[in-house]
Design a protein around this ligand. Sequence first.
Ligand code: ZN
Length: 559
Amino acid sequence: MISHPMPRVHARVHALLLPLLLACAGESAPAADESPRPSNGPMHDRVAKYTPVRLTADLSKLSARERAMIPLLIDAAKAMDRIFWMEAYGNPEELLNPLTDQEARRFAEINYGPWDRLEGNAPFIEGVGPKPKGANFYPADMDTAEFSAAAGAPGGELLKSQYTLVRRDSARKLIAVRYRDAFAKQVGVAAEKLRAAAKLADDPGLKNYLELRAEAMITDDYQPSDLAWMDMKNNTIDVVIGPIETYEDQLFGYKAAHEAFVLIKDREWSQRLARYTSMLPDLQRGLPVPAAYKAETPGTDSDLNAYDAVYYAGDANAGSKTIAINLPNDEEVQLKKGTRRLQLKNAMRAKFDKILVPVADVLIAPEQRKHVSFDAFFSNVMFHEVAHGLGIKKTLKGKGTVRDALKEQASSLEEGKADVLGFYMVTKLHEKGELGNADLMDNYVTFLAGIFRSVRFGASSAHGRANMAAFNYFQDRGAFTRDEASGTYRVDFDKMTAAMNALSEQILRFQGDGDYAGVAAFNAEMGVIRPALQADLRRLGSAGIPVDIVFEQGMEVLR
Ligand code: ZN
């Protein structure tokens, strides 16, 4: 970790490593004043919230056989795109073909459907109603009572599986359709491409994983390949592919959505991360909760690596872009093998340069802006990911796993946990002198600027909701103050530390207790954007600062 904050000039120079296409709304540098830019129409403004970034990586370190794997893996990833459309909306041609407005079409492609993911899934195409909470995983006319009755009846178990769609048969009875059947064509293509890539893999761990993942695509049994993925340690190329996260199912959080990331490991940065893995058990023991809430032992087999992404598809590519991953989600695999955390360095760098720095220049008190640094951003995100592996996975009150007990509230609370516990860890490691002479204030101020960046994702994302809850909780405790005259925010070091500890304990208790009602009430009260913040976020929009990035990607940009 570098102790000096990243100078702005350096940040801009670094951005040259990620050549940027011309954004239709112009570049993302903040306007000198805050007068609103002239609007070229609402659809234009929506598209302009995403600044294009070319997703490139240095392929020169790969062997010829490794380079030959990349297009195969990208083809497998593209099959996930089609499946995710079907899960989120339905047949994409039905929506896209009649659209004559090119910007509307572009925006539908960014969102994988007619609902704006940055605006709480508000429909942006005329005649389209609200997005069903269960997306297209369930029949739109199904209510939760009907589902629960059917799922609870004998033989109804499969309806709750994360690898099935719920449909109606000819008698309008709810039935489960396995992914392998619903998406037979696409998973067949993906399996074939993964097998072809496996033939080129010289690393035995990678070869084994690719073969088992191909098998999983057509059996819907993902556990063997998840275990193989955790056993694979020396690969340079990686691919995350399949039905993985359940955020798209806002009805129950049962259904996993398809996505893919094609990745190249950055060995140099990965070494910077390697040393933290061995500290996990110690960090777990130090959590600010009573002993019962930290009795589980995190997997010491866990690893933490930095990657450059060369392709995003499906869920991962819809709306806001993921910059860090913690997988697998299978709790049984987690207990046996731990988890792997992947930091997507080129995507993070793009968001830092194009969004976080301009945001800080508007909303952070001038004398604290020097504390906004890429290293602090990187480490905050890194420890967010570490924190997913910590804490508690089984409730203490016989309510099963935390995920089952907290249902649709589970995801946002888990993201909130990762934020505060990640930050708690940075604090502890600073106290122990593990992070050299880095300035902890960099992490604090960069974290606050990071919240401003994240809350712009609105209420439709678990991360955004979690950030709102943290922001309100901290503000209520004076962890930062807002200067009325300048409309900028200033961190109070000591109060921030206290608020972090208090929120960490609160969230771990919610999870350990499996307190569904408590979490629902907490999220309802705290997971909202209050008016003063809303006004400040509007200033970011007026300054022309994009909300997120959209990728120009594929073999065309890699060559
Ligand atoms: Zn997370």
